[in-house]
Design a protein around this ligand. Structure first.
Ligand SMILES: NC(=O)c1ccc[n+]([C@@H]2O[C@H](COP(=O)([O-])OP(=O)(O)OC[C@H]3O[C@@H](n4cnc5c(N)ncnc54)[C@H](O)[C@@H]3O)[C@@H](O)[C@H]2O)c1
Length: 428
């Protein structure tokens, strides 16, 4: 949902409620425009998890509400306790282990924030929605087609239950991107005919194996370098730019074809670079390009060429003059704004639901990865609809549930080789 539109509709709802009309069934849980305190739980207490928690609490402040952390969970208890301690949370409310998320969703929190490696997201979001919690889910939201479809199904369930799901694709909560999207919709650059989306940078980090460490512990700590946990960097990082392409074009690509490889990575089993042609049909192509190699040219952004102008992501836009409503932001920080939008939507009884958007963008990235790993042309319909297609049920292992059942076996630290006898799906 477009934040601009949703902000307008929140105003409408608040005005209606202020005029004394019955709120009744609008509210799924006991939250309303007069709520003064929100309880929050966190699953995944690493860098982004602790950041998302601070952002949520900052959003509460902006909205004049008290925010309180009531439970944390992490695969490693020390991480859960570390974040808990920083927020005055008792140690017995900080849970460790691969099943610790169950304690958070069973707690008295109103909202759950999720920032584990993406492989765990489908199971964790489903549990949180089942338990009646509003969710903030970091991107990406899956590593394989069944995971992405599961998020779409959970999103539908959330809608039925009146629960919100906001995703960490923060460009959709950034005023400049919202303005350019509104201008494109108003015809500023005419019809988009092509473009390029890029995340070219460095390997963010690697974690080396400790003496006597279990496979599960090692690959959980070094998750960013294993496709089974991260989805590879085309999914984990480049999903942001792919999401902008899907959002601005307003449709999904039909198919992907491309290549990639591994030149420098020292651990794990992922590629260093991808170059993918996304075919959006009607002769419209977007080039998706991402690289994680230190010492190479860095470039992160999006560019779309239209029949009447050009748009650079959330930056410069040239073309026809169009009038769009001004877009206001409560916070200059999109990481905070996404929580303001989440909370405001819930309190207004109009819960935002971004599950489908983020699941589809995640699936576009997965499609690009499979195309590069296998050297095949991959069709979106085979990942999303055709349940007889070999890739439809392709799932990465070990899976989230394998980790819960434990112990898991570490995948070989070898990258896929395209064209290896057409073993489509084996290492998708
Ligand atoms: N929106 C953004 O700009 C942005 C920026 C950074 C990261 N992220 C996303 O946030 C997520 C987390 O990234 P990060 O940088 O915080 O990684 P991180 O490694 O710093 O933190 C991940 C945490 O999750 C924990 N964890 C792993 N498996 C778990 C499980 N099954 N249950 C509970 N906890 C588990 C880890 O122990 C770790 O503490 C990823 O999906 C990443 O793509 C988004």
């Amino acid at each position: 949902m477009n934040t601009l539109l949703s902000r307008r509709s929140f105003l409408g709802t608040s005005t209606m409620l202020g005029a004394g009309l019955a709120a009744g069934s609008l509210f799924a849980v006991n939250l309303s425009p007069t709520t003064k305190k929100l309880k929050v739980g966190l699953i995944g207490c690493g860098g982004r998890g602790s950041g998302a928690l601070s952002d949520f609490l900052e959003a509460c402040k902006i909205l004049g509400i008290e925010g309180q952390l009531v439970a944390t969970a992490d695969a490693f208890k020390a991480n859960a306790e570390g974040v808990g301690k920083g927020h005055g949370l008792a140690a017995d409310r900080c849970y460790g282990g691969y099943d610790a998320y169950q304690k958070v969703v069973a707690s008295d929190c109103d909202f759950v924030l999720m920032a584990t490696p993406p492989a765990f997201r489908p199971v964790h979001v489903a549990a949180a929605i089942e338990a009646g919690k509003h969710c903030f889910i970091e991107k990406p939201v899956a590593v394989d087609p069944p995971g992405a479809r599961s998020i779409i199904a959970t999103g539908k369930k959330a809608a039925e239950k009146g629960l919100a799901i906001v995703a960490g694709t923060q460009r959709r909560h950034t005023a400049e991107y919202l303005r350019n999207k509104a201008m494109i919709d108003a015809g500023a650059i005419g019809q988009i005919k092509g473009g390029v989306v890029q995340w070219n940078g460095t390997v963010p980090w690697i974690a080396t194996r400790r003496n006597d460490e279990s496979d599960a512990s090692y690959i959980t700590r070094n998750w960013l370098n294993f496709v089974e946990l991260s989805g590879d960097h085309i999914v984990e990082q480049h999903v942001h730019n792919l999401d902008v392409a899907v959002w601005f074009l307003g449709r999904l690509p039909v198919s992907a074809e491309g290549f990639g490889g591994r030149a420098r990575r020292e651990t794990g089993n992922m590629f260093d670079f991808f170059s993918i042609d996304l075919d959006f049909g009607d002769g419209v192509h977007i080039h998706s390009q991402c690289r994680q190699i230190s010492g190479t040219h860095g470039n992160v952004g999006e560019m779309f060429t239209g029949t009447e102008g050009i748009c650079y992501g959330g930056g410069k836009i040239t073309g026809k003059k169009v009038d769009v409503a001004p877009i206001t932001s409560d916070s200059g920080n999109a990481y905070v704004q996404e929580h303001v939008d989440l909370i405001r939507s819930v309190l207004a009884g109009k819960p935002l639901n971004e599950a489908k958007n983020v699941a589809e963008s995640t699936l576009v990235a997965i499609m690009g990865r499979i195309a590069a790993y296998t050297g095949n042309s991959v069709r979106m319909a085979d990942l999303l609809q055709n349940d007889k297609a070999p890739l439809y049920n392709f799932a990465c292992t070990p899976s989230a549930l394998d980790f819960e059942k434990g112990p898991v076996k570490m995948p070989a630290e070898v990258a896929p080789v395209p064209g290896d006898g057409g073993k489509i799906g084996v290492r998708g």
